[in-house]
Design a protein around this ligand. Structure first.
Ligand code: TPP
Length: 589
């Protein structure tokens, strides 16, 4: 094994064979294939920054750790690799918490390296230490949303802790792992070969032959079977296998928000998204199914219409077969006839092979029924897709985006109309091109995650479709994109408020108090396009509906990041499903 890639740094001390840990760590990341570390500096991590600066690993510096965490998350989703985040201690780590938790709830692999106080000051309560209950206690803050939190207590433990972190982040159900490093350990001497152990490659679990036979029998014998695909199908790159299984048995496919893209839009067996913001045909076919094979999903609340049997899933009488990477997801919300712990790609591949040539019950008219249901639902907004009104209808923004962005371009959403509308109405044909925060549904994800997406796939378009609330949560992304040379496009759907919540409040309480952007009782609008120009980026304020198409085309053709601000009417996304919160609100005097 070579111990050095750069002759100028971290020289092996000839007498002792020792080198400084931070340089060894940077070289280890190189060997693991880490291309980029996202983060923000502080006095606790500059020793490692110096090493990164002298390595082949790129460091992308952000202005806020939440931005860096979302960017690492977006990078992981678009590259299929583990995202890597570097933070300072105390406020640096706490700022990152939201982004790391967002990754955790969407099962995104991430390694977080945080600087901490010098180890020899434990007990003395040094600068910026979190210590109200225990010395150097900041790592505990990440416990509820990390697969594991490590505080390194001896410099010699750093190599194997980092190796464990990469191993754990990727194996089983992926997620973030924290390695909390007292700053003196970055500068300590370690044997030149200390980082010798690479994470093991792990064979992923497949279905047993008996489970394959049972599941295929059940599906082939079903009268009204449905395959229900979650984000796990996309993250395991299993869409070809899913399609093969669905076509072999002529079974329709519904999906979760994160499962969107599991079959290309227009596939005759594709029912669409389920749940509150889903499509009527997907909810109906799931609710009336005799058998559902759910795979790579945790059957979460929004997608399941709060598990109310009147809307999306009625299990029983529907029989549920559930395949997931995480055994704890099986059987939580619905009685399950058969649960299986397996990788989605392997499992769907096995099922597709076993199903081929098996034939299924005749499903005359199924494809025609699906096509006409899609047509009927889309008729509800067909007019809005063409609408010339100003401020624009949100549907018109979607239609211009679909025309302008190449099929393999990425649409990264935030929360609000953008996420719900894209999930329900926007055609995705290439798997993985729709990136969205589902589990934590973090406002502020989209503007930042798109940075990591573009970095992972520089040749492909990367557009963040976000509300003005989401954009103004993290506007420093523009400066970061400029510094990092990332030609991303942010389309800001500007309704001068937290529109989705304003709509909810006015529906139940007749007012949107606290949800709209106002000054002296009048709508308060920010010139986001001018903000972008102040950063040296391009900023375009749309003045009429027919300006949007050209603005998008120009932005996508340009090397400079662009903010396109689109004044938009605040209207709700259609809700064919159900969300129990609407039964909770009570108005008093
Ligand atoms: C960090 C965070 N805070 C609050 C919320 C609750 N929330 C969900 S949607 C939403 C409004 C988002 O506003 P905007 O980005 O302008 O999009 P719009 O709803 O107007 O389409 C809020 C505040 C959240 N999801 N995340």
């Amino acid at each position: 094994m070579t111990t050095m890639t750069n002759p100028d740094v971290g020289r092996v001390e000839p007498r002792t064979g020792m080198r400084i840990a931070s340089y060894l760590l940077a070289e280890y990341l190189e060997r693991l294939g880490v291309e980029v570390v996202f983060g923000l500096c502080g006095h606790t991590n500059i020793a490692f920054l110096d090493a990164l600066g002298k390595s082949k690993v790129r460091f992308v510096s952000s202005r806020h750790e939440q931005v860096a965490a979302h960017a690492a998350d977006g990078y992981a989703r678009a590259s299929g690799k583990t995202g890597v985040l570097l933070t300072h201690l105390g406020p640096g780590l706490t700022n990152a918490a939201t982004g790391v938790a967002n990754a955790a709830l969407d099962s995104i692999p991430m390694v977080v390296i945080a600087g901490d106080v010098p180890s020899y000051y434990y007990g003395r309560h040094p600068h910026q230490e979190v210590n109200l209950h225990q010395d150097a206690d900041q790592f505990q803050i990440f416990r509820p949303f990390c697969k594991r939190v490590y505080r390194v207590d001896r410099a010699a433990d750093l190599p194997r802790t980092i190796e464990r972190a990469f191993h754990l982040a990727q194996t089983g159900r992926p997620g973030p792992v924290l390695v909390d490093v007292p700053m003196d350990f970055f500068s300590s001497d370690l044997p030149a070969d200390a980082f010798h152990q690479a994470p093991a490659s792990v064979a992923r679990p497949a279905l047993s032959p008996a489970a394959v036979a049972q599941i295929v029998d059940t599906l082939a014998g079903a009268e009204r079977g449905v395959i229900y695909a979650g984000g796990g199908v996309l993250s395991s790159r299993a869409t070809d296998e899913l399609r093969a299984l669905a076509e072999a048995l002529e079974i329709p496919v519904a999906h979760t928000l994160m499962g969107k893209g599991c079959l290309p839009e227009g596939h005759p067996l594709l029912l669409g998204m389920t749940g509150f913001w889903g499509t009527p045909i997907a909810n109906e076919k799931c609710r009336t199914a005799d058998v559902i094979l759910a795979i790579g999903t945790r059957l979460a609340e929004a997608n399941s219409s709060s598990w109310d049997p009147r809307y999306t899933f009625a299990m029983p009488p529907t029989r549920l077969v559930h395949i997931d990477a995480d055994p704890s997801e099986i059987g939580r919300n619905f009685p399950t006839e058969l649960g299986a712990v397996a990788d989605a790609k392997l499992a769907l591949g096995q099922l597709a092979v076993a199903a081929r040539g098996r034939g299924a019950r005749r499903r005359d008219g199924l494809r025609a029924e699906i096509a006409s249901a899609h047509k009927a639902f889309a008729a509800n907004w067909a007019e809005q897709w063409e609408s010339d009104q100003y401020p624009l209808r949100p549907e018109r923004i979607l239609s211009e985006l679909r025309k302008a962005v190449p099929e393999d371009g990425f649409i990264v959403t935030d929360v609000g109309w953008n996420k719900n509308g894209v999930g329900q109405q926007f055609a995705i044909t290439i798997p993985g091109t729709f990136i969205t925060p589902s589990g934590l549904a973090t406002m502020g994800f989209g503007p930042a995650a798109v940075l990591g997406v573009k970095l992972a796939q520089p040749k492909r378009a990367a557009v963040a479709l976000i509300g003005d609330g989401g954009f103004s949560a993290n506007p420093s992304v523009v400066a970061t994109a400029m510094e990092a040379g990332l030609a991303v496009v942010w389309v800001v759907m500007d309704n001068a408020g937290f529109g989705t919540i304003a709509g909810l409040e006015s529906m139940h309480y007749g007012s949107s108090y606290g949800c709209m952007f106002e000054r002296d009782g009048a709508p308060y609008r920010v010139d986001y396009a001018a903000m972008a120009r102040a950063c040296g980026a391009r900023g375009v304020l749309i003045g009429a509906a027919d300006e949007l198409h050209a603005a998008l085309r120009e932005a996508l053709a340009n090397d400079t990041p662009t903010v396109i601000q689109v004044p938009m009417e605040n209207v709700p996304t259609p809700t064919p499903g159900y969300w129990n919160i609407n039964d909770i609100y009570r108005q008093g005097s």
